[in-house]
Write a protein that binds this ligand. Structure first.
Ligand code: HEC
Ligand code: HEC
Ligand code: HEC
Ligand code: HEC
Ligand code: HEC
Length: 463
């Protein structure tokens, strides 16, 4: 009876909510959670109760016999049977509705559990850094599950098991702050990234321009121009070359890291297609590997050994500020704004709120004191710039999760710790005397380095 009541009460609400979600899409992840994680299970629970009630019903023997007699009577008497038929139809009809609701629930519930809102916003404090960095990245329209789960049932089940464990960690407050990387259980990147990207189809070199601003009064704009040798993983007549040579089918690379974070790589092995191997070892490989013992790790190199931050891109402070000046959010015309912005964003704050108010106070005070006329004339510009400096901080530093500038380093390049130079340091040598090259032209041609109006760009523009 309780079950039947639950189902009767919940069904109209549930159906209405699911249809609403189907047509207009419910954006608020907590409202959706009520539908798919509270109402949905309650509906199914109600149905289960109904069946349990029927199955375990322990009426007196006479009642059962009476029911049997009663039914037999109805089935044998044609006039009564037509009444019975209505009942049967009604029961079948109800079951169909229930099945329909369950199907709809499973379909929409699955989509909800795979949504960016559920993965990125449901446990707000924990996932806020990842979700924020993701939202500002080139992959902000790629769902979390495309990289973290990918296609196929096995990884779906694995992800739900680890998801359940994570829910417990959040409920019991036992999760690490910050979340530890590298993510050791991550699905091999080639099975996810290559659903969309095909390194064998890459070709040519890519012009990369990095805009920077000096910490002088004029915040002088300078540019670094590189021609990146993107290369290719090889396709038909084109052999593998350049940066994506590492992921060509014929070049399998494995490495031994001596630390959990894969920052120290004493040994790299190139497995060639003919079955031979070239082992590159650093001078101190023996010591490092012996010291590491079982903490060391053997790993096959894939995309994320370079692209470890394809979407959770936490910028270094200077890049975060430079980007805001480049986009115009921070006004370049404000004297010393780069220097001041760097000064205020790199201080330690206990929370984002504290940072927000301290940044505003400090910058306002500085300009009031040193450039009072400017504050008078350009109040709006100053306010907009301060908001952008606050944003540069809030998009990259999350004191609540112990994420500071540089907590998560990016392996693309070699400006932060590690990166390509974990292997390309000239100290990794094979028995034949080959080294993993650090020659500056291996990976890029440097066309300009922190130059004002680099000539090469004028040349390219035909000026
Ligand atoms: C383009 C692919 C991609 C997408 C989309 C993506 N991630 Fe990630 N994510 C990664 C990779 C790769 C790593 C592993 C970084 C490492 O091991 O160093 C990672 C790491 C993480 C980590 C570990 C902590 C960290 O910052 O590295 C968390 C948590 C995470 N992702 C959550 C999410 C959430 C939530 C979303 C959706 C809002 C999402 N990811 C979307 C590729 C992706
Ligand atoms: C669902 C499809 C999809 C998946 C999966 C995916 N990407 Fe992407 N990726 C894209 C799209 C689309 C762009 C182009 C975005 C743009 O230019 O706005 C892109 C851009 C990129 C770029 C260039 C970024 C830039 O700064 O211009 C890199 C590098 C990249 N992806 C690496 C990866 C890696 C590594 C993975 C796996 C961890 C991955 N992608 C997974 C769709 C995907
Ligand atoms: C050895 C390191 C390395 C590996 C391994 C690697 N990449 Fe890259 N990839 C780079 C670098 C460096 C760039 C250039 C980045 C830049 O824009 O400065 C790049 C660029 C890209 C781009 C942008 C290409 C363009 O023309 O703009 C995509 C997409 C990409 N990589 C995807 C992948 C995928 C998918 C894999 C794995 C199958 C992979 N990469 C493996 C280092 C690597
Ligand atoms: C895990 C170790 C490792 C890392 C990390 C690594 N490489 Fe390599 N790379 C190698 C090895 C091994 C070779 C082959 C050396 C040789 O044959 O001389 C190589 C060769 C290359 C080559 C020459 C390919 C050719 O055409 O023959 C380029 C270009 C290159 N790497 C770029 C990069 C870039 C860019 C990064 C960082 C984003 C990077 N590598 C990170 C191990 C690594
Ligand atoms: C193994 C490959 C590799 C080698 C060797 C290498 N670089 Fe780089 N370099 C990169 C990559 C990848 C980037 C990142 C490009 C980007 O920011 O997208 C980079 C970026 C740079 C930048 C621009 C950084 C910035 O953001 O301002 C400079 C300057 C630079 N390299 C100089 C050098 C010099 C000098 C050498 C020789 C000692 C060298 N590189 C050797 C791969 C390499």
């Amino acid at each position: 009876m309780i079950g039947a009541m639950m189902v009767t009460v919940i069904t109209p609400f549930l159906l209405g909510a699911i249809f609403y979600d189907l047509i207009w899409h419910i954006g608020n992840t907590y409202v959706a959670a009520i539908i798919y994680m509270v109402l949905g299970p309650a509906f199914i629970g109600g149905l289960v109760l109904v069946f349990l009630g029927l199955f375990f019903f322990k009426g007196r023997e006479e009642v059962r016999l009476f029911t049997l007699e009663y039914l037999r009577d109805y089935f044998n008497d044609p006039s009564k049977f037509s009444k019975m038929r209505k009942l049967v139809f009604f029961a079948v009809f109800l079951s169909c509705i229930n099945l329909f609701v369950m199907g709809l629930l499973a379909y929409r519930g699955y989509h909800y559990m795979e949504s960016v809102g559920f993965c990125g916003q449901f446990c707000h404090t924990v996932m806020n850094p990842e979700h924020t960095a993701y939202s500002n990245s080139p992959h902000s329209r790629v769902a979390c599950v495309e990289c973290h789960i990918g296609a196929g049932a096995t990884w779906f089940v694995k992800s739900k098991i680890s998801g359940a464990r994570q829910l417990f960690a959040v409920a019991l407050d036992t999760y690490p702050r910050p979340i530890q990387v590298p993510v050791h259980g991550l699905r091999p990147a080639r099975e996810t990234c290559e659903e969309c990207h095909r390194p064998e189809k890459f070709h040519g070199e890519k012009l990369v321009v990095r805009d920077k601003f000096r910490e002088d009064e004029a915040n002088t704009h300078v540019q670094t121009v590189l021609l990146m040798k993107i290369g290719s993983a090889g396709d038909r007549a084109k052999s593998s070359h350049g940066i994506h040579w590492h992921v060509a089918p014929e070049n399998r690379i494995t490495y031994k890291a001596s630390d959990h974070s894969r920052m120290v790589i004493p040994e790299v092995t190139l497995h060639k297609q003919d079955g031979t191997q070239v082992v590159f070892r650093s001078d101190d490989a023996d010591d490092l590997l012996a010291e590491a013992g079982e903490h060391g790790e053997v790993r096959e190199m894939d995309c994320i050994d370079c692209h470890n931050r394809p979407t959770h891109i936490y910028l270094p402070a200077d890049v975060a500020v430079d980007n805001k000046i480049l986009s115009g959010e921070i006004a370049q015309e404000l004297p010393f704004i780069k220097k001041m912005a760097m000064e205020v964003v790199t201080r330690e704050y206990a929370s984002q709120e504290e940072a927000k108010s301290a940044i505003a106070t400090d910058l306002n005070n500085y300009y009031q004191k040193n450039y009072p006329d400017l504050v008078q004339q350009k109040q709006a510009v100053l306010e907009r710039s301060i908001a952008a400096v606050q944003a540069a901080y809030a998009e990259n530093v999350f004191p609540e999760m112990n994420i500071k500038w540089g907590t998560y380093t990016n392996h693309i390049g070699h400006m932060e710790d590690g990166g390509c130079f974990r292997c390309h340091d000239e100290s990794h040598e094979s028995p034949g005397g080959e080294v993993v090259s650090q020659d500056c032209d291996t990976c890029h041609t440097i066309l300009a380095e922190e130059e004002e109006n680099p000539e090469v760009l004028d040349l390219l523009r035909g000026q």
